[in-house]
Design a protein around this ligand. Structure first.
Ligand code: NAD
Length: 353
């Protein structure tokens, strides 16, 4: 086999293991910092307090107002808070919403970041930031917003509700699946994608059966890191574009939208990208879309866009918006193709690929 590819490894320090969160103070020190601002959502304020407690004198304060899709007004309030508190670094404890706030502050202030993820979204290892202002979502890529240190502590995922564990992990699997056929894909990211898909496929049924199984949680978080790294390394295609449109314009919940659409988008691309998707089909079998649908059903994931809040009358507009600007995808498509895909996903039909 002859290879020709380009690959840039991430400079971030990854620390993985049960209890890793307790070493946050060491990492603040290793960064040469003394005043860390701890970020979280309101729902995870207690966890933020406990992390700030670990930091003791190096804690500059807690800002527990992170929200989905990184609203700019919250970021601005957080930047002012960081300034008042004389913070010299950020510690984001939570899922993609909290990591997003950390990145948005870093973009505006240059403060270094330590991320302590508690879901499988993967944002902590990407240079991607989606922000919302007056209802419009924009996305940027900037190497300067990549967190410097990521502390992966599976103990923090033990309390992640099963429903969110499932949809968040399917969100992670979507990064890996689309990474396999990325136009700038390479053997390294494909290895990571295959391993990420394998570990999540294996650990998810165990988590559904026993949410407190630390080994399964550890395996899933490891898989999520790999899948997130793929997202941060190569370009995404149809699946992520559709999720972005549905989340940004119709306010559908992030992880659930990924979970519903994944079987449909992979089913749509399966024929055109059969060889590239081999690491996935080795795990899930054929047909890829139909089997992903069955897998998601077996875990109790939502089956249809209808049940997560999309109206049938929105389908035309969603298809139009999602096809308004061209982008790479293994299988060419037009608005009618996407309308039909969305209609199946809306109704909760099993893809026929
Ligand atoms: P989230 O961060 O919005 O979390 C959902 C809810 O679950 C929140 O209330 C949170 O506090 C709570 N939660 C998180 N972890 C928990 C735990 N272990 N135990 C109990 N409760 C917990 O959800 P998410 O799916 O991780 O993130 C979604 C956001 O991340 C979206 O805004 C999405 O656009 C963004 N995202 C960005 C990237 C990127 O690379 N930029 C990648 C993936 C997701």
């Amino acid at each position: 086999m002859s290879f020709s590819f380009s690959y840039a490894g991430s400079p971030a320090q990854i620390v993985f293991g049960a209890g890793a969160r307790h070493r946050v103070g060491d990492w603040v020190e290793k960064l040469g910092k003394r005043h860390a601002l701890v970020l979280s959502t309101p729902q995870q304020a207690d966890l933020a307090k406990s992390v700030a407690g670990t930091l003791a004198k190096s804690a500059a304060g807690i800002f527990a107002k992170a929200a989905m899709h990184t609203p700019v007004e919250i970021t601005e309030a957080a930047v002012a808070f960081a300034d008042d508190a004389k913070a010299d670094c950020l510690v984001s404890v939570g899922g993609g919403s909290t990591t997003g706030l950390g990145k948005a502050i870093a973009l505006r202030t240059g403060l270094p970041q330590i991320a302590i993820p508690t879901t499988y979204a993967g944002s902590e290892v990407t240079d991607i930031l989606g922000q919302t202002e007056r209802g419009a979502k924009t996305t940027l890529r900037d190497r300067r917003i990549l967190p410097d240190v990521v502390l992966y502590d599976p103990e923090l995922t033990l309390g992640l509700p099963v429903a969110l564990s499932v949809t968040s992990a399917l969100n992670a699997m979507a990064h890996a699946a689309e990474g396999l056929y990325a136009q700038n894909g390479n053997p390294v990211t494909s290895l990571m994608a295959g391993e990420g898909l394998r570990t999540l496929h294996k650990s998810l049924p165990k988590i559904v059966a026993r949410p407190g199984d630390i080994e399964a949680r550890s395996e899933a978080l490891y898989g999520a890191w790999l899948c997130g790294t793929v997202l941060g390394s190569v370009a995404m295609a149809l699946h992520h574009k559709l999720c972005h449109t549905l989340g940004g314009t119709f306010d559908l919940p992030h992880a659930e939208t990924h979970a519903v659409l994944l079987p449909h988008t992979i089913g749509f691309n399966a024929g055109a990208a059969a060889e590239m998707l081999a690491p996935l089909t080795k795990i899930i079998g054929l047909p890829a879309g139909g089997n992903l649908f069955d897998f998601a059903r077996s875990l109790g994931a939502p089956a249809s866009l209808r049940e997560i809040g999309l109206k049938e009358s929105d389908l035309d507009r969603a298809a139009r918006l999602a096809t308004a600007s061209p982008y790479e995808n293994p299988r060419p498509f037009d608005e009618a193709d996407i309308r039909s895909l969305l209609k199946s996903a809306w109704a909760g039909a099993r893809p026929k690929d």
